[in-house]
Write a protein that binds this ligand. Structure first.
Ligand SMILES: [Zn+2]
Length: 438
C-alpha cells in the first residue's frame, strides 16, 4: 500500500491496475471455470442451460455470456434453502439472507474463500478512498443476516484499522463513540446520514470543529448527488458511494475512489452487463439500464447473469486514479421501484433529486399515490431560511411543482409541512405509499 507521498494508494496495485487485455483474459478464464462448475455441480443451472440449449463449451469469448440464461431473484427464492450450493454444505462457512419483502428470503452461502474474497474487495475499496491502518472505522450498518455490516467489518480489519461495530440507531451513543475514539470513517445508509446531520445541527455541534470525521461510505439505498452534498456539508466529511448486494457478497462490488466520479466495479471478481430491463437486450456503454452481474470467484454459490434490478450505466473512460476496472454511475433507481403514474415511468429518486436542489426544503419527504393516479409529495420545510408566510409557502409549492413537472412530466400536488413532522427513519427510509385502487 502506498500513501502519504501524493501518489494514489492501492491495496494491491497489480490487481487494480492490470492492463485491460490481461483483465479481460482473466475474466474469460474465470468465467469458463465458473460456467463449467455450475453445470457440473448445480442441477438448477444444468437444467437452465439445457433449456437454453447451451453448454459450457459454447463460452469461448466474453461476448458468449449473452447466450447464457439469466438468474433472477425469483430463481433464488425458488431454490431456497440450499438448491444453488456448488459445494457440500460442510464447506459453507457463513449464511446471509437478502432482505426479502414477502415470503422466503434468498439464502446466500459463503465458503472460507468467499468470506476472505469479500473482505479483500472491501479492503481494496476502502484503501481507494484513503483508508489506512491509522483510521478509526465506525460501522453504523446493521449486523445480522444482512451482509452490509459484516463484510466491511472484515475488510477494515484486513487493513488494520480500528473497527467499532456500532450498528445503526442510537444517535447519542454514536456521537459519544465518535467523540471519545476520534472516529475518522463511517459506514452508513443515506437516510441515517441525513438524520444524523440533522441531529448534530439541532445540538449546535459543528462536526468540523468537534469531530474528527474524514469520510463516509454511503450505500444500501440509492441516493442522489444533491444528497451526497447535503451529507458532506452536514457531517463535514467526504462521501464515497458504495455499491453491493448480498447476492454478490454484499458491499465492495463497486466503490468510488478519491476521484468521486463513479464506482469502480471490480471486474476480476464480476462480469458486468447493462441490459434493457424490458427486453433483456445488451445496451452500449453509457446507456442507462439494468445491471447484470456474473460472479467469477464465488465458490459456495456462483451466480450466472444475475438480474440486480438496479438501474445504472457503464463509464468506460479511464479514471485518473489509474485503476483499470471500469466504473458504473450511481444507482438511479430500482427496476422494481419504478412507479407508473398516468402512463409515465417514474423513479422516486428523480423526485428526490428535484427536492434536494431546492434550498428552502428540508431532507425528509414522502410520496403518496391515491385514487386513480393522484400523486402528492409531502416535503418538510427547512428549519432555516423560511419565514412561513402563506404567500411564500404557495409560491414555493408552485415552484417545486413546476420543477417536478419538468423532470417527471406530471404535476403532483405539493404539500409543504413544518420541519420534523414526517416520520423519521434510522434505517431504510420508506418514501412511497401507494394507496391506488387500480
Ligand atoms: Zn478511480
Amino acid at each position: 500500500m502506498t500513501s502519504g507521498n501524493g501518489k494514489p494508494a492501492y491495496w494491491k496495485p497489480e490487481e487494480e491496475t492490470l492492463a485491460r487485455t490481461a483483465l479481460e483474459a482473466l475474466q474469460l478464464d474465470r468465467l469458463k471455470k465458473t460456467v463449467g462448475r455450475v453445470f457440473d455441480a448445480v442441477p438448477f443451472y444444468r437444467k437452465k442451460f439445457e433449456d437454453a440449449k447451451v453448454k459450457p463449451d459454447d463460452v469461448r469469448g466474453l461476448a458468449d455470456l449473452a447466450r447464457l440464461p439469466f438468474t433472477t431473484g425469483a430463481d433464488l427464492r425458488s431454490i431456497y434453502p440450499t438448491g444453488m450450493l456448488a459445494v457440500p454444505l460442510d464447506e459453507a462457512m457463513r449464511l446471509h439472507t437478502s432482505s426479502g419483502t414477502t415470503g422466503k428470503p434468498k439464502a446466500l452461502f459463503f465458503s472460507r474463500r468467499d468470506v476472505d474474497n469479500a473482505a479483500e474487495l472491501c479492503a481494496r475499496s476502502m484503501v481507494a478512498t484513503g483508508v489506512t491502518r491509522q483510521d478509526i472505522f465506525q460501522n453504523m450498518m446493521t449486523y445480522g443476516l444482512f451482509t452490509g455490516a459484516f463484510v466491511m467489518h472484515y475488510g477494515a480489519e484486513k487493513i488494520g484499522a480500528l473497527v467499532i461495530p456500532a450498528g445503526p440507531g442510537n444517535t447519542e451513543r454514536q456521537l459519544m463513540l465518535m467523540q471519545d475514539f476520534r472516529t475518522t470513517t463511517i459506514h452508513i445508509t443515506p437516510s441515517f446520514a441525513l438524520y444524523f446531520a440533522d441531529f448534530l445541527e439541532k445540538k449546535g455541534l459543528d462536526p468540523r470543529k468537534e469531530l474528527n470525521l474524514k469520510r463516509a461510505f454511503v450505500g444500501a439505498e440509492p441516493y442522489t448527488e444533491a444528497t451526497r452534498r447535503k451529507i458532506e456539508e452536514g457531517l463535514g466529511l467526504r462521501v464515497f458511494n458504495s455499491y453491493g448486494l448480498s447476492e454478490m457478497n454484499g458491499p465492495g462490488v463497486a466503490f468510488e475512489c478519491q476521484e468521486q466520479a463513479g464506482m469502480h466495479l471490480w471486474e476480476d471478481h464480476y462480469v458486468m452487463e447493462i441490459i434493457n430491463p424490458e427486453t433483456g437486450q445488451a445496451l452500449p456503454d453509457g446507456e442507462s439500464g439494468e445491471l447484470v452481474l456474473t460472479t467469477l470467484l464465488r465458490e459456495a454459490m456462483p451466480i450466472i447473469r444475475y438480474r440486480t434490478r438496479d438501474i445504472t450505466s457503464i463509464v468506460a473512460a479511464p479514471c485518473a486514479c489509474g485503476r483499470t476496472h471500469r466504473r458504473i454511475q450511481r444507482i438511479t433507481g430500482r427496476a422494481d421501484d419504478m412507479l407508473i403514474v398516468r402512463g409515465v415511468n417514474i423513479y422516486p429518486q428523480q423526485i428526490e433529486r428535484v427536492l434536494m436542489s431546492v434550498p428552502k426544503v428540508g431532507r425528509n419527504y414522502l410520496i403518496t399515490l391515491d385514487g386513480l393516479d393522484e400523486m402528492t409529495v409531502k416535503v418538510e420545510l427547512s428549519e432555516f431560511g423560511f419565514d412561513g408566510q402563506l404567500e411564500h409557502v404557495v409560491e414555493l409549492q408552485n415552484q417545486i411543482a413546476a420543477q417536478l413537472r419538468a423532470e417527471i412530466l406530471i404535476k403532483p400536488k405539493i404539500d409543504l409541512v413544518p420541519p420534523g413532522t414526517l416520520p423519521i427513519s434510522e434505517g431504510k427510509a420508506k418514501r412511497v405509499i401507494d394507496n391506488r385502487k387500480l
